[in-house]
Design a protein around this ligand. Structure first.
Ligand SMILES: Cc1ncc(COP(=O)(O)O)c(C=O)c1O
Length: 957
């Protein structure tokens, strides 16, 4: 019998899975807004003058087909044992950490912990990370991660310049630093006028520099004591930095014991796969005296309104927004998720476990070197932990080739040497296989260090003076029972304290907290992507090459640019790379003088911070009454800059959430004076499929793949900030010593955080061109629906010509400070009682809330948020109209915790009203674990390592 099919595509990823509202819900929402169709709304919102002509047109894929394709592409990557070292090592990710952290949306979909009351779990894990780094490096204070080791070196260099009393302008770099670290420091130094002197440690002339960096174990494996160099530097009022390795520090003398002021490095080998170079957490620690000059975020300990211990981000948390071009650095998104993984690796193994892993590595490295020496090879490295360099004369290529035949990658050093770095994956068989590649046939001894009965003393391959004498990881958190049951529950307990996307919408303006679909995340943990060393031979990384090529092509098509650089590993890093590209272009044309960058006052704080790092002078452009760039002011400042104009940095749609009609004019004026247009692509979610930055006059943009293209925020990183450029800028994109390109690198590796690129690729493939365009339209629909439903209760600060907002809207909460003494903070905290993360607070306009719902949220979730906001407005009215005390009301006491519910209740409102406002779920209620956190107390009493055991008793109960 014939029948009529249902006409429903169950496998339509874009419309069934990624986009929240159903067609029926959309129809209801459009009615509320007062338009008859989605296209009518878009026509009223996005100026015709900027609309793209051709639709994005690739076909969508199903989740199943996507996974099959991914498997095929992953299969083109060769899984090898890479003993290349150079800052990247094989590691065993404990499965409990892989499953409970890396593959757990409670951890990976969280946002940067700016709202500490709903982020206590990840703040504790990050505090563990800081404690671990401070302990292992022997310095007093550590931050909560940086982007990669090479940029951490560069950050340390500029930090040294800020804190050094020496007025010298040169900086000394030990030639034993990894080549990419040296190259990134050189890139960073040039625009700042810092002279970089690269040489052997003996060449250091301390009185000629403001600081110096040494690496140990060095890139060729050597371990050296830099105590004398540190003393010389201090005598010259200069700053001493070491780049080092956390695992090595469990055995060898720590930087603090050498007198170092700052230590940096990578925590990659603490359980984070190499992933073709990233993402991993870099670390930085320093003397207490320098803490206020430290880049990145620092977690600190404070108290809440009830006097209980509470964690928070301290000191310079939002310093780019406050200090702008005077900020200490442009680091915004860092590597929170990877720092959390590394900290759990340390909790999981404890100090004895880590030391035992290090001993095992050291034992095998020693065996390997001994065997090669006995066979007559010249092993150059005398004093080493895990890495040796062997002089092999004309046999380099042949040995490397035989190693590859054994499934092993070694490092080619120059033309005649080979580097071998032993890692956690090693065993005696691997040692034998390496020997075989060198033509040595012998049996290697097994590691028996875990045998309690072992009485023999093993051989150290470095001088006794270099042994570590001090204790580390003494805090009880690193000594908890390591049974997986206990570990799993600890990870769960921390996750449960946090509010991430797996519980509720996170309507953070400019942050685009959209769905990170499970299927997009899956390939990230496949070994074909995870085990790849960033400097592995290219012919082993064909899968990565294919993915990067296709993703780049699609991003070019989406943006209207001609070339992409996948090197920057955050948005701010993209800004910096883009501005360097512009600067290199001007220089190549002989325009050395062009150094002025026009930036609207409303720009994100990283814009001016990046411009300053790129050696540009920031000139601020005013905003007009309606929030747009003040065109007259812009023209006047461009004219005044004249032939010194290097660039302008604009954000489109603007940070005010509006598609400015004048964007083309802004671009034209910039070009008229010979400048280049940098369009900050953080808001690309409002443009994909509708308008292309490259077609409206922009020359370069960064794209936040961790916003528009579905890479999760990970509680403050990882991210990817590739830059797209027009053809004339393509020759000036960042290069890399291990890849091509004449310009210097901005990141440690050629493809930034390559192992999370499958997420964005999967997204664009499954959505297809039409799906991506529909997502943009629905993002605009959702924002306009919220604006329409909240009209009358809250003023929307900026709107476009037809009264529409783009993909986000700014709610003006400033009047309530005057009418009721209720601040934007009170509203943000009260939203937590309803189970929401607050919208972006006080940016770009102080005292306001910027709401960005994204396309992934359903109408039901939007309505829940709207209900919560309307009820807050009613509570404000209660204060305004004298029905409740201005200082003793649910807004001022928010958020409400279980402790407040069961404690004395002498408040003029009910427990029911306090704890279960509209929007809050009854059974599945999210309870913030702490009441409002006292920021001032935290900054006055700065504690940035784990507090004493007694404070943990609550948690253990
Ligand atoms: C408008 C804008 N530009 C730049 C950035 C910086 O991006 P990232 O945090 O990845 O460095 C952000 C981040 O929130 C942003 O909102």
């Amino acid at each position: 019998m014939p029948y009529t099919p249902t006409g429903y595509n169950s496998y339509d990823f874009a419309n069934r899975r990624h986009i929240g509202p159903s067609p029926e819900e959309m129809a209801e929402m459009l009615e509320v807004i007062g338009v008859s169709s989605l296209d009518e709304l878009i026509d009223q919102t996005v100026p015709a003058s900027i609309r793209q002509k051709d639709a994005l047109d690739w076909e969508p894929m199903t989740e199943y087909a996507l996974l099959q394709k991914m498997r095929k592409v992953a299969g083109k990557n060769k899984v090898m044992t890479s003993l290349i070292g150079q800052g990247f090592y094989g590691t065993v990710t404990p499965p409990a950490i892989q499953r409970n952290i890396l593959e757990n949306p409670a951890w990976y979909t969280a946002y940067t912990p700016y709202q500490p009351e709903i982020a206590q779990g990840r703040l504790e894990a990050l505090l563990n990370f800081q404690t671990m780094v401070a302990d292992l490096t022997g310095l007093e204070i550590a931050n909560a991660s940086l982007l990669d080791e090479a940029t951490a070196c560069a950050e340390a260099m500029t930090m040294a310049q800020r804190v050094a009393k020496s007025k010298a302008t040169a900086f000394f770099v030990d030639e034993n630093c990894h080549p990419q670290n040296i190259a990134v420091m050189q890139t960073r130094a040039a625009p700042l006028g810092i002279e970089v002197i690269v040489g052997a440690p003996e060449d250091l002339e301390a009185d000629k520099v403001f600081g110096a960096i040494f690496q140990y174990p060095g890139t060729y494996g050597h371990i050296r004591d830099f105590t004398a160099e540190m003393e010389a530097l201090h005598a010259a009022k200069a700053v001493g930095i070491v780049a080092t390795d956390l695992l090595a520090l469990t055995l060898i003398k720590e930087p603090g014991a050498m007198g170092a002021d700052i230590a940096v490095g990578s925590a990659q080998r603490f359980g984070v796969p190499m992933g073709y170079g990233g993402p991993h957490a870099a670390f930085m620690s320093c003397r207490d005296a320098f803490k206020r000059a430290m880049p990145g975020r620092i977690v600190g300990v404070s108290v809440d309104a009830l006097g209980n211990k509470a964690y928070r981000l301290s000191l310079q948390t939002r310093e780019q927004h406050i200090r702008r071009e005077k900020a200490t650095s442009n680091v915004c998104t860092a590597q929170a998720l990877l720092a959390v993984m590394a900290s759990f690796y340390a909790v999981f193994h404890g100090p004895r476990g880590l030391r035992s892993i290090a001993e095992m590595i050291h034992f095998h490295a020693g065996t390997l070197a001994k065997g090669l020496r006995e066979a007559g090879f010249n092993v150059e490295t005398e004093s080493f932990f895990d890495t040796v360099t062997v002089e092999v004369g004309p046999f380099q290529k042949a040995i490397m080739k035989s190693a590859v035949a054994e499934g092993i990658n070694l490092r080619a050093v120059g033309e005649s040497r080979i580097g071998i770095s032993v890692d956690e994956i090693v065993d005696h068989k691997l040692v034998e296989a390496v020997w075989k590649a060198f033509g040595v046939k012998a049996k290697a001894p097994q590691w028996l260090g875990t045998d309690r009965k072992l009485t023999s003393v093993l051989e150290l391959n470095f001088p006794e003076e270099m042994l570590r004498r001090s204790e580390y990881l003494t805090h009880p958190i690193f000594h908890m029972n390591r049974a997986e049951a206990e570990m799993m529950r600890y990870m769960r307990r921390l996750a449960d304290r946090d509010l991430a996307l797996d519980r509720a919408m996170i309507p953070l303006g400019s942050c685009t907290m959209k769905l990170n679909a499970a299927v997009e995340m899956m390939p990230v943990t496949w070994p074909e992507f995870g085990t790849m060393h960033p400097f592995a031979p290219r012919d082993q990384a064909k899968g990565y090459a294919k993915m990067i090529e296709d993703l780049s092509a699609k991003l070019c098509e989406i943006t209207g640019y001609d070339a992409m650089s996948m090197q920057p590993n955050s948005g701010a890093q993209g800004e910096y790379a883009g501005l360097l590209t512009i600067a290199a272009y001007h220089k190549a044309r002989g325009d050395h003088h062009r150094d002025i960058c026009l930036i609207p006052v409303s720009a994100h704080g990283t814009n001016p911070a990046s411009a300053q790092m790129a050696g540009m002078k920031v000139v601020v452009v005013k905003s007009a009454e309606n929030g747009d760039v003040d065109l007259e002011d812009f023209r006047a400042k461009a004219e005044a800059a004249g032939e010194n104009l290097a660039a302008c940095m604009i954000t489109y749609p603007s940070t005010h959430g509006v598609f400015e009609e004048t964007v083309r004019e802004v671009c034209e004026i910039t070009h008229q004076y010979g400048g280049q247009v940098y369009l900050d692509g953080a808001n690309l979610n409002a443009m994909v499929g509708l308008a292309k930055p490259g077609e409206i006059g922009s020359d370069v943009s960064h794209l936040n793949l961790h916003k528009t293209f579905c890479i999760p925020h990970g509680g403050g990183g990882p991210g990817m900030g590739p830059i797209g450029v027009k053809a004339h800028l393509a020759p000036y994109l960042p290069g890399h010593p291990e890849a091509e390109g004449a310009e210097g690198p901005v990141s440690a590796v050629p493809y930034g955080s390559a192992s999370i690129l499958p997420i964005s690729w999967a997204y664009v493939l499954m959505m297809g061109g039409a799906g991506l365009t529909q997502a943009t339209k629905v993002a605009i629909l959702n924002a306009n629906y919220i604006a329409a439903r909240l009209a009358g209760a809250y003023d929307v600060l900026f709107k476009g010509g037809n009264g529409r907002v783009a993909h986000e809207c700014i709610l003006d909460t400033r009047p309530f400070a005057e009418s009721a003494g209720i601040t934007v903070d009170d509203i943000a905290k009260r939203l937590m009682d309803s189970g929401f993360h607050a919208p972006t607070m006080s940016w770009p306009v102080a005292g306001t809330l910027m709401v960005e719902p994204t396309e992934s949220e359903t109408k039901a979730e939007l309505d829940r948020f709207i209900e919560a906001m309307l009820s807050i407005r009613a509570e404000i009215a209660d204060v305004e109209e004298g029905r409740i005390d201005p200082l003793n009301n649910p807004l001022k006491h928010a958020p409400h915790t279980v402790a407040s519910l069961v404690g004395e209740w002498d408040r003029p409102y009910s427990r029911e009203q306090g704890c279960f406002p509209p929007g809050a779920f009854r059974v599945d209620k999210y309870w913030p674990p702490v009441a409002r956190v006292d920021n001032v107390f935290g900054d006055r009493n700065l504690v940035c390592t784990c507090p004493p055991l007694e404070d943990y008793l609550d948690a253990a109960e």
